[in-house]
Design a protein around this ligand. Structure first.
Ligand code: SAJ
Length: 401
């Protein structure tokens, strides 16, 4: 079987490589010629532990090759971004462009799958485009939606072991998709229809966003009430049916802070909790930035000089180097804007240099700072002692005090 993956990004490339590793002949397609070039040289343009070795293996075995245009295959996978346009309106134009690119190659018996996170109804919409352009294929090809659920950093394991939801336009399409994924997925493959599968992906990430919003809301209440939110959550979680997540300085990344808008854009009347959770998580970042500003002012009033401030962490979550949609990075940007005279030391131990920010070693920054702002709970920061002589703003629970 030959499979063509449209999009060699954080999900498309690893999925293509894993499929190739399990015996599928894989064509990887990206519109970015540079990505195609480095991929064919066996270099990974994304960061994912263990993946580069696997890429070199499948290239050497002749099971994988990257191209800038799709090649005739038996199965086609749309794994391209679905960004926003305007005010948080999902933009499916990349999925459509990828679909139109494979359209001329489709033949009877082929499988067409969308993996990209998509608004409800996208699979039906793409099917309409396909059958308008190629009416002779009606009822002759298999069309399904199959979202990914992998956690960046743990992709090799999760791509194989996670359960997956597969939603075909017809039960036959679902079965055909299951046949493909069972070649490399050991987790259970759950059958449904395309609309449910689309909504399932959005639901998973919205659910996490809502739960984090609850924790963030608690942190705001506790700050005012003089209660340690970390202790509170730990105690509440001793209840057998309570499992509260951790507050932080907002929600980042390309998934959880984005996908809920795919629901709120199409169902604004109904999606009240989902919309409010987004507001709370965004507000938490603004609140943290304000807290840093007011703490700096208090310090200046008390000591008659501007403080040295260490901003600890730029990544959107602990122990990764991914700064995309990072609330920590936004907070640092905001604080830098208002206090051009103060000494701001920026720390990100997982990144060696940054084009916007000058980075300082985490120990040096901590030692020099009057105010330490813990933004991302990297393991390195947990080795730093609590120091009574510094003002420590611990937004991510390093010390849980
Ligand atoms: N966060 C908190 N408190 C918590 C947990 C997370 O503030 O208790 C924050 C993190 O710091 C980060 C954000 O949430 O800023 C998102 O991090 P994450 O680890 O929750 O998720 P992602 O974005 O790395 O990956 C998610 C996963 N989805 C779910 O857990 C439901 C992953 O399985 C999906 O495949 C991925 O989104 C995706 O691609 O959609």
């Amino acid at each position: 079987m030959k499979a063509c993956f449209m999009g060699l990004g954080y999900i498309g490339l690893p999925t293509a490589i894993i499929a190739a590793k399990h015996g599928v002949d894989v064509v990887g397609v990206d519109i970015n010629a540079k990505v195609v070039e480095v991929t064919n040289q066996g270099k990974l343009h994304i960061i994912e532990p263990g993946m580069e070795e696997m890429l070199q293996e499948v290239l050497a075995a002749g099971k994988f090759k990257a191209y800038t245009t799709p090649q005739e295959s038996d199965a086609y996978f749309m794994v391209v971004p679905t960004p926003f346009k305007g005010d948080h309106e999902p933009d499916t134009s990349y999925v459509e462009a990828a679909t139109r690119a494979v359209l001329p190659l489709l033949k009877e018996g082929d499988l067409y799958v969308i993996e990209s996170t998509s608004p409800i109804g996208t699979t039906e919409m793409m099917a309409e485009i396909i059958f308008t352009e190629r009416p002779e294929l009606k009822d002759k090809i298999y069309i399904a939606y199959c979202p990914e659920r992998v956690l960046p950093g743990n992709v090799i394991y999760e791509l194989v072991h996670n359960d997956r939801v597969l939603g075909g336009l017809t039960p036959e399409s679902t079965d055909k998709a299951i046949e493909f994924y069972s070649q490399f997925v050991q987790g259970k493959l759950h059958k449904t229809n395309s609309r449910t599968a689309e909504m399932c992906k959005l639901t998973e990430n919205s659910s996490r966003d809502v739960q984090i919003a609850f924790a963030n809301e608690l942190s705001l209440i506790c700050d005012k009430a003089g209660i340690n939110v970390w202790e509170l959550i730990e105690l509440a979680n001793k209840h057998p049916r309570v499992n509260i997540l951790q507050p932080g300085c907002g929600v980042g990344g390309h998934c959880i802070a984005v996908d809920p808008y795919f629901i709120t854009a199409d169902y604004p009347e109904e999606s009240k909790i989902i919309a409010t959770a987004r507001e709370i998580n965004n507000y938490k970042s603004d609140w943290c930035a304000e807290k840093v500003k007011s703490t700096m002012l208090e310090f200046e009033l008390k000591h008659g000089r501007k403080p040295i401030v260490a901003m600890m962490g730029l990544a959107f979550k602990p122990n990764i180097d991914d700064l995309r949609e990072s609330p920590s990075k936004n907070i640092v940007g905001k604080v830098m804007l208002i206090c051009n005279n103060a000494d701001i030391l920026i720390v990100e131990p997982n990144v060696s240099e940054h084009k916007q920010f000058k980075l300082t070693n985490y120990k040096e920054a901590y030692d020099r700072a009057d105010i330490v702002v813990m933004l991302t709970a990297h393991n390195e920061f947990k080795t730093l002692p609590w120091d009574e002589n510094k003002v420590i703003l611990d937004f991510c629970g390093i010390y849980k005090r």
